[in-house]
Design a protein around this ligand. Structure first.
Ligand SMILES: Nc1ncnc2c1ncn2[C@@H]1O[C@H](COP(=O)(O)OP(=O)(O)O)[C@@H](O)[C@H]1O
Ligand SMILES: Cc1ncc(COP(=O)(O)O)c(N)n1
Length: 276
């Protein structure tokens, strides 16, 4: 039977991020994708022109409808917008005991728009993050959650440990916002071991939706039953190829290419996984 995954996130009309990126990724990875939309964004490569929240009952009912009939092997969260939505998702996580919960703590779009209200931060940190199999913050998100300065590699490792203390089983700190290096390192910590996923930095502006796509690929791989480090390793290969072959669409940063992985063998990307 086809593995199933549910994404709870915002809709991106431009098709590069959010629900659209998640469903495209699930489909590419042979996982049956389902969705609960938290907000409709009017968005393109230039920016977010409007955010239209779905009412709470609507968010809740989408999750219930999917779960009570179809069920899922894994869940991913993206843009959750406000405290009430986070609380509902947290209650549903308790109720349905999802086997895997990937929390991408989306806060601000690449174009600078707020996708999470400030008043929701406390619920994100104390009600949702502790229930996650893995959280996937980028550097700015990790700074906001920990209040730490993340200039050096050692700072980042300390922040990852602090994030792990909040209760998730694992933390993946993405390095895409690293500015002073020709390499990008994503740091994974599972409470015992650090793993480093290092790639050469791709010189491109077309990175709209990278975080969503990466977390969706991890979710799809977990739904298939891959162990966590393998799920991330394969997702990293998927996102890397998607960025290398990103699209120049519209006037701003274009989306990644979800189909790029089809044209390479799995061994295309040699990833260094150092443990300590
Ligand atoms: N220019 C780039 N070259 C190579 N990998 C990148 C680049 N930008 C982002 N990535 C990778 O894409 C994924 C998403 O990272 P990041 O940009 O940090 O997250 P977000 O999209 O949430 O801001 C990470 O695996 C990161 O390492
Ligand atoms: C609906 C939605 N969800 C998430 C993002 C973040 O993606 P990015 O950081 O690439 O702008 C987004 N722009 N829109």
């Amino acid at each position: 039977m086809l593995p199933k995954a549910l994404t709870i996130a915002g809709s991106d009309s431009g098709g590069g991020a959010g629900i659209q990126a998640d469903l495209k990724t699930f489909q590419e990875l042979n996982v049956f994708g389902m969705s609960a939309i938290t907000a409709i964004t009017a968005q393109n490569t230039i920016g977010v022109q409007g955010v239209f929240p779905v009412d709470l009952k609507g968010v809740e009912q989408q999750i219930t409808s999917v779960m009570d009939d179809i069920g899922t092997d894994a869940v991913k969260t993206g843009m959750l917008l406000n405290r009430d939505i986070i609380e509902i998702v947290s209650e549903k996580a308790d109720h349905y005991r999802w086997p895997y919960l990937v929390v991408d703590p989306v806060m601000i779009s690449t174009s600078g728009s707020k996708l999470l209200h400030e008043e929701a931060m406390d619920a994100l940190i104390h009600k949702l993050i502790p229930k996650a199999t893995i959280i996937t913050p980028n550097i700015p998100e990790a700074k906001v959650i920990t209040g730490m300065n993340l200039s050096t590699f050692e700072d980042r490792k300390s922040a990852v440990k602090e994030l792990h203390k909040l209760g998730p089983q694992a933390v993946l700190l993405k390095g895409g916002h690293e500015e002073n290096s020709d390499h990008i390192v994503d740091i994974l910590f599972d409470g015992e071991t650090f793993y480093y996923f290092t790639v050469p930095k791709i010189n491109t502006i077309h990175t709209h939706g990278t975080g969503c796509t990466y977390a969706a690929a991890i979710t799809a791989n977990l739904a298939k039953g891959l162990p966590l480090t393998k799920a991330i390793h394969e997702a990293k290969s998927f996102i890397h190829l998607a960025i290398v072959h990103g699209f120049s669409l519209g006037e701003g940063p274009g989306p990644t290419n979800h189909s790029a992985h089809r044209f390479y063998s799995d061994s295309f990307l040699e990833l260094k996984v150092d443990t300590e």
